[in-house]
Design a protein around this ligand. Structure first.
Ligand SMILES: Cc1cc2nc3c(=O)[nH]c(=O)nc-3n(C[C@H](O)[C@H](O)[C@H](O)COP(=O)(O)OP(=O)(O)OC[C@H]3O[C@@H](n4cnc5c(N)ncnc54)[C@H](O)[C@@H]3O)c2cc1C
Length: 454
């Protein structure tokens, strides 16, 4: 590496090493490029270090703790009379999961011969980036640049983030001590999952939902099951909550994200931003400067690691001359409450609004052998298809491992599968995936383990 103002020529320069950045870097390296990956922090970005993974780890430990005190365990013949929890140890376990995954990502970066540079980057012009890091200032001239700089928690205009009083979701996951009470303002999956974690540990949680319902757009019948479980946890849900009502502290605000474009000096380039503040891209992830790509949260699209990862592969492949596009038919969404809720494609209401004549099927987890052997029968599989040809349009699953099961429906929709396709394949038994088959059979009036619709 050259220090000072001497320019280093690089092939593919990736700015940001979150799921968008490190995946783009690896795919570009797999395709034969020499890749330089720049981040001011460790690899993994928000998802691995501060978001998805820490949140899911704490959901797991708190769920285990909660289940250990349940009557269901006694019914199975297990008595757990003196179960307690240790919040700092839970935090330490969460961190060990993060560290293990981060270590794996570091090995992948090194194994793919990607040069990792610690530093903050910004543009000098359409072909050069300056990086300021612990080893001084470096100037890189690139053939292709992939921007994957992520987003920041968006402050609510009336509830600005403030120290230990008004927290971002990321800060809430780092609390060193549990407060006796906590409010969460928001109506997305992150708000629900955070409320769930703290309520499971006995914190008095108030969930202030600015919208008319939690999780707008999810199937109402599925939401009723989730709402009932939030009530069971003692979470006080207030819908149509105003910011003025959010007076209790600490308060966590989950109000979406703002693309992290500040400081990039985009004005030194011809890269354009969209109205939402994100970097405007076409469906090949190219910005208005075709050799500068943008992926993930910094594009201002839906802030999901799954989207960042797919866009990253597209950008690296397009940079390698492949004719590929980011064009998924559907995006699966999961909320890790108990029971879990997962949805993909249209709900029945959305499909009808889109002009389809629909056929629907449902199957309760309570009639599924595997769900009962897991002691987790609270749930339902609901499927929506086009009545004319049986083409699967969407599904909502509530129940254990709903988030893993939804991948099957995602594949079915992407492959243009029909209800008949789902009924004809052989499912292993006893498995939760049989709920999907039986919901498709129910839509066709022939589910075995429930009475046909009359
Ligand atoms: C609490 C929480 C829970 C979440 N849970 C889920 C979930 O369950 N499922 C899901 O799909 N998504 C989840 N998300 C969203 C997910 O984390 C993001 O969508 C994802 O991380 C976006 O990836 P990215 O690569 O675009 O950006 P990021 O992961 O944010 O990475 C951006 C990287 O760029 C670096 N960077 C920024 N500017 C510069 C610069 N100028 N120079 C050098 N480096 C720079 C940053 O240091 C960072 O490492 C969650 C988010 C949060 C906050």
């Amino acid at each position: 590496m050259v220090v000072g103002d001497v320019t280093t020529a690089v092939d593919v320069l990736v700015l940001g090493a979150g799921p968008g950045g490190y995946v783009a870097a690896i795919r570009a390296a797999q395709l034969g490029h020499h890749v330089t990956l720049i981040d001011q922090g460790p690899p993994g970005g928000t998802c691995l270090n501060r978001g998805c993974i820490p949140l899911k780890a704490l959901l797991t430990s708190t769920e285990r703790y909660q289940q250990s005190g349940q009557e269901e365990l006694a019914a199975m013949g297990i008595s757990a009379t003196s179960v307690s929890f240790d919040w700092p140890k839970m935090q330490a376990w969460k961190q060990s999961v993060v560290d293990r995954l981060a270590d794996g990502v570091r090995r992948l970066i090194a194994g793919n011969r990607i040069e990792y540079v610690f530093g903050t980057g910004w543009f000098i012009n359409n072909h050069e980036v300056r990086v300021e890091g612990e080893h001084g200032s470096h100037r890189f001239k690139f053939e292709h640049c992939i921007l994957a700089v992520g987003a920041d928690a968006a402050p609510h205009p009336q509830l600005p983030f403030a120290g230990k009083e008004v927290l971002t979701p990321e800060q809430a996951l780092l609390l060193s001590e549990l407060p006796p009470a906590l409010s969460v303002f928001g109506d997305d999956y992150i708000a629900l999952e955070l409320a769930t974690i703290f309520a499971r540990l006995g914190v008095k949680v108030q969930l202030l939902v600015p919208a008319e319902h939690i999780l707008a757009g999810f199937d109402p019948a599925a939401l009723r099951l989730v709402q009932a479980s939030l009530r069971k946890l003692g979470i006080q849900v207030v819908t149509r909550a105003s910011a003025e009502a959010a007076t209790d502290r600490p308060l966590v605000v989950s109000h979406g994200v703002t693309p992290h474009t500040a400081g990039l000096h985009l004005d030194a380039t011809d890269v354009q931003c969209a109205v939402n503040g994100g970097i405007a891209v076409n469906n090949m992830q190219q910005s208005s400067v075709p050799h500068i790509y943008a992926v993930g949260d910094c594009t201002g699209g839906r802030a999901l690691a799954s989207i960042a990862i797919k866009q990253a592969k597209v950008a690296a492949e397009v940079a390698s001359g492949q004719r590929v596009q980011f064009a998924p038919l559907v995006t699966p969404l999961i909320v890790h409450t108990t029971p879990e809720i997962a949805t993909v494609g249209y709900t029945a209401e959305e499909a009808a609004q889109a002009g389809y004549t629909i056929s629907t099927g449902r199957f309760p987890f309570a009639a599924n052998g595997r769900a009962l052997t897991l002691g987790a029968d609270n749930g339902v599989a609901m499927i929506v298809a086009n009545a004319e040809d049986g083409l699967i349009l969407g599904a909502t699953l509530v129940g254990p491992h709903a988030g893993d099961l939804i991948g099957q429906v995602t594949l079915a929709i992407e492959m243009g599968a029909t209800l008949t396709d789902l009924t004809e394949i052989l499912y292993a038994h006893p498995t939760l995936s049989e709920t999907l088959q039986e919901s498709a059979e129910n839509a066709l009036g022939k589910a075995i383990h429930m009475l046909a619709k009359t």
